[in-house]
Write a protein that binds this ligand. Structure first.
Ligand SMILES: CC(C)(COP(=O)(O)OP(=O)(O)OC[C@H]1O[C@@H](n2cnc3c(N)ncnc32)[C@H](O)[C@@H]1OP(=O)(O)O)[C@@H](O)C(=O)NCCC(=O)NCCS
Length: 180
């Protein structure tokens, strides 16, 4: 079975089903992952949080993209994820549809760089490539082979160097401090 329907915008009513789906896909310890640090105090980019539903199962898949900033220069990028597809609907093109639609929506909004932490063999299908080791770091343990990028504008990766954090965290770090 393959799906011809298009992803649609997430709504507030999807939230509990999405949390359940993420537990199913990634396990209950998922919040210990380093990529979750990048979502703390952060808000998904509007218009890029998508779901696919069917009558029988309800939620079949979900994706979101988060704003991140890299290095003290705060080079902006999108962090793709989490992406999850219900175990009963995997390998039917739902992940592909969610990624393709998310990237198609991101391009005209002027986003230049997309990053993710995920399985390289899957994301290579979409032309994501490994970030050169050490160029971008995360605030926690990371297998560097799993940190991948896609440029939506030529040369975007070259501008991104340093630690990836939520923008609010870099704003806090860069804020001038009163000296005593
Ligand atoms: C990974 C995931 C998002 C893919 O979505 P999906 O809708 O099942 O996959 P698609 O239909 O888009 O693509 C299916 C193809 O990708 C391959 N594929 C699926 N997951 C893969 C993975 N983790 N690594 C490599 N290839 C993978 C399938 O073998 C299939 O290959 P084929 O087209 O040659 O038959 C989904 O399976 C999922 O949520 N899995 C649980 C979470 C997980 O394992 N995440 C790891 C990636 S971060």
């Amino acid at each position: 079975m393959t799906f011809t329907q298009s992803p649609v915008d997430q709504t507030e009513q999807d939230a509990p089903a999405i949390e359940h789906l993420l537990d199913l896909a990634f396990g209950l310890n998922r919040i210990a992952k380093t990529s979750y640090q990048l979502r703390l105090g952060n808000t998904p980019v509007p218009g890029l949080s998508l779901v696919m539903r069917d009558r029988q199962l309800g939620l079949m898949g979900a994706i979101s993209f988060w704003p991140v900033a890299i290095g003290a220069e705060m080079t902006p990028a999108l962090l793709l994820g989490p992406l999850a597809v219900h175990p009963e609907r995997q390998n039917m093109g739902i992940g592909r549809a969610l990624i393709t639609e998310g990237l198609a929506r991101a391009r005209p909004k002027g986003h230049e760089l997309v990053l993710l932490v995920g399985d390289p063999p899957y994301y290579a299908r979409f032309d994501f490539r490994q970030v050169p080791e050490g160029q971008i770091t995360l605030p926690g343990p990371l297998d560097p082979k799993r940190l991948m990028f896609m440029e939506l504008a030529d040369g975007a990766l070259a501008k991104a160097s340093g630690m990836m954090l939520p923008p609010w965290r870099w704003n806090e770090i860069n804020a001038p401090r009163a000296t005593t």
